[in-house]
Ligand binder design. Structure first.
Ligand SMILES: Cc1ncc(COP(=O)(O)O)c(C=O)c1O
Length: 497
C-alpha cells in the first residue's frame, strides 16, 4: 500500500504550490458539486468561456479542486451550468494550456498541477489575469511562520568533527540520527511522558509521519474517524490510502468526546485521527479531563489514535506544556515537528509510537526515501535543546499578532464570530450565514486570499466558516481583513439586490 501515489498537501504549500504534488489522489467531482464550488462565476465582464476558465483557475489555485480531482464530463458540466458544451470545452482548453488540467482518452479530465506552469499562451493569460485583477495580493491562507533566527545560528555553528564523522559513513539512516532521536525522546520525557529513542521515528516533516503511521492501520475501505474541521493534509493522506472518512464534531474545546464515543462504538473504526494540542484550523487544546476520556475510549474499544500535535509548541494561552495525549497508553501515537517551533524548511518531523511500530515504519521509510537529510537532523537536534526559548518567542509573536487580528475583525467584520485560538497562527471564523466559498473567490479577485471552511471538511461542509491566518506581517493582515470586509459587504449587497 506504500507505493500508492500521494500528495504532500502540507499546510504551508497548500494552495500556494500544488506543484509539489507528483501523484494524484483520484477523486471524482460531480457536476452539482462543481456547480456549487463555482458559485457566481458569470460576471458579465468577458466571454462566458473566459469567465468559466477564470473561476476554475481560482478553484484549482485555492485548493477547492485539488490535484487528482476528476471533473465531470464536458457535456454534463455544460448541462449543469446551462451553457453549451462548446463553452465548457473552450474553458477547459485554457486550463489544459496552463498545465492545470489534463485529459486522458476515455478516462476524463483531471486537475494536474504541473511543477512549472508552462510558458504557453494560457500561462500568459493567467499572468495577465493575475496582474489585472490582483495588483497587490495579500495571502492570509498559510499559517506557516518565518523561521527563528536561532535556526540560522545553529546552521553556522554545526560541530564540524561530528559532521566529518557522519560524512565518513553512508548517511542513510531511515529511523533517524541517534542524537536527534535522543533529543526528541528528551522532549517528551520533559513533558511528562517517559520516552526512549526506540519510540521515535524521524520523518521528513509531520506530514510524512502522519501518512506513514496511518498506513499501518488503514487500507482501502477502512473507516477512520477524523475531526470536523481538520487539517487538509490529514484528509488528503487518509484518502490516498483509500480510507472512508467519518467526521466527529470538533469545536472550541477540541474534539466532541461524546460524539467520538458514539461513533467509535457504532463503527469500530480502524483509526482515530485527531489534534489534541493546538488544532488546525480551530486553535483548540484538549483539557486534561477530555484527554483522559479520549484515552479510555481508545483503550476500551481497542482503537489506535493518531494525535497530530504538530502545533504543540505554539501555545499562546493556558497550560504551555500539557502532558501529551499519548500518556493515556501505548495505542496512542503522536506526530510532532520542528516546523512550527523553529522552521518548516528543515523538513524534520517525527512519530512517537510503540517501538515495534517504529521499527516497522523505519523499514518502510527506508524503502521510500532512504531517510531524512542528516544535516537537517544535526541542526534539529541542537535546536530542540532550546525548545523553551522557541516556545517563548512563538508565544510573544503569535500573541501580539492574534490580538491585532482579532481587533481588526471586531472592527471590520463585527457579525463574524471568531473562535479565539489558544495557539497557532490562524483564526477560525464563523460567518453569519453560509457563503464562504463565494466570498473566498471574490476576495481573491480583490487581491486577498484566505481559505473557505470546506477546505477543512471531509464532507465538503462548513461553508459558514473561513480560516484566516495572522502569521504574516500584522499590517498586511489588517489590510487583508479590511478588504475582505469590503468584499463581504458587496456580496451582501448583491444578495439583497
Ligand atoms: C496540523 C498539521 N499537521 C501537519 C502539518 C505538516 O507539518 P510539517 O511541515 O512538519 O510537515 C501541518 C502544517 O501546517 C499542520 O498544520
Amino acid at each position: 500500500m506504500f507505493d500508492r501515489g500521494w500528495n504532500c498537501f502540507h499546510d504551508v504549500l497548500m494552495n500556494i504550490d500544488r506543484a509539489s504534488a507528483n501523484a494524484f489522489q483520484l477523486v471524482a467531482v460531480g457536476a452539482n458539486r462543481l456547480l456549487r464550488l463555482l458559485g457566481e462565476w458569470q460576471q458579465g465582464e468577458t466571454s462566458l468561456h473566459e469567465e468559466l476558465a477564470a473561476q476554475l483557475r481560482i478553484l484549482v489555485r485555492t485548493g477547492a479542486l485539488p490535484s487528482g480531482s476528476r471533473l465531470p464530463s464536458e457535456r454534463s458540466l455544460g448541462t449543469a451550468l446551462g451553457v453549451s458544451r462548446n463553452t465548457v470545452t473552450k474553458a477547459l482548453d485554457e486550463l489544459r494550456a496552463d498545465g492545470l488540467l489534463s485529459s486522458r482518452q476515455g478516462d476524463g479530465t483531471y486537475v494536474t498541477v504541473s511543477r512549472r506552469p508552462n510558458a504557453s499562451r494560457g500561462g500568459d493569460r493567467l499572468r495577465s489575469f493575475l496582474s489585472e485583477k490582483m495588483p497587490d495580493r495579500i495571502d492570509l491562507r498559510s499559517a506557516a511562520l518565518p523561521g527563528l533566527p536561532m535556526v540560522a545560528d545553529e546552521f553556522n555553528s554545526v560541530d564540524s568533527s561530528r559532521t566529518r564523522e557522519l560524512v565518513a559513513g553512508h548517511g542513510y539512516i531511515p529511523a533517524g540520527l541517534i542524537e536527534l532521536r535522543h533529543a526528541i525522546a528528551g522532549y517528551y520525557t520533559d513533558l511528562g511522558l517517559p520516552t526512549t529513542p526506540e519510540h521515535i521515528l524521524v520523518t521528513s516533516g509531520a506530514q510524512q509521519a502522519l501518512r506513514l503511521a496511518a498506513a499501518v492501520f488503514v487500507g482501502p475501505g477502512s473507516t477512520v474517524l477524523v475531526e470536523e474541521p481538520t487539517f487538509r493534509g490529514a484528509i488528503e493522506s487518509l484518502r490516498s490510502l483509500g480510507a472512508t472518512l467519518v467526521s466527529v464534531a470538533s469545536g472550541a474545546d477540541g474534539v466532541d468526546v461524546d460524539d467520538l464515543a458514539r461513533k467509535v462504538a457504532a463503527l469500530s473504526p480502524a483509526l482515530i485521527v485527531l489534534q489534541s494540542t493546538v488544532h488546525n484550523p480551530t486553535g483548540s487544546v484538549l483539557d486534561s479531563f477530555r484527554r483522559s476520556r479520549v484515552a479510555s475510549i481508545s483503550v476500551r474499544h481497542n482503537v489506535p489514535v493518531l494525535d497530530d500535535a504538530t502545533l504543540a509548541d505554539t501555545i499562546i494561552d493556558g497550560e504551555r506544556r500539557p502532558i501529551p495525549l499519548a500518556a493515556g497508553g501505548d495505542q496512542i501515537m503522536t506526530v510532532g515537528s520542528v516546523s512550527k517551533s523553529f522552521w518548516g524548511g528543515l523538513r524534520v518531523g517525527w512519530l512517537r509510537a510503540h517501538p515495534d511500530i517504529v521499527a516497522e515504519l523505519a523499514a518502510i521509510k527506508g524503502g521510500e526515501d532512504l531517510g531524512t537529510s542528516v544535516l537537517a537532523q544535526i541542526v534539529a537536534a541542537k535546536l530542540l535543546g532550546q525548545i523553551e526559548r522557541a516556545r517563548d518567542e512563538r508565544l510573544t509573536m503569535l500573541g501580539e499578532r492574534r490580538r491585532l487580528a482579532l481587533e481588526a475583525v471586531a472592527e471590520h467584520l463585527p457579525t463574524w464570530v471568531p473562535q479565539v485560538p489558544l495557539g497557532g497562527g490562524s483564526l477560525w471564523l464563523r460567518l453569519p450565514q453560509p457563503g464562504a466559498t463565494a466570498l473566498v473567490q471574490r476576495a481573491e479577485r480583490a487581491g486577498v486570499r484566505l481559505l473557505p471552511g470546506p477546505t477543512f471538511s471531509v464532507d465538503d461542509r462548513l461553508d459558514d466558516f473561513v480560516r484566516l491566518s495572522y502569521a504574516n506581517d500584522p499590517a498586511l493582515t489588517r489590510l487583508g481583513i479590511e478588504s475582505i470586509a469590503r468584499t463581504w459587504n458587496e456580496l451582501g449587497a448583491t444578495d439583497s439586490a
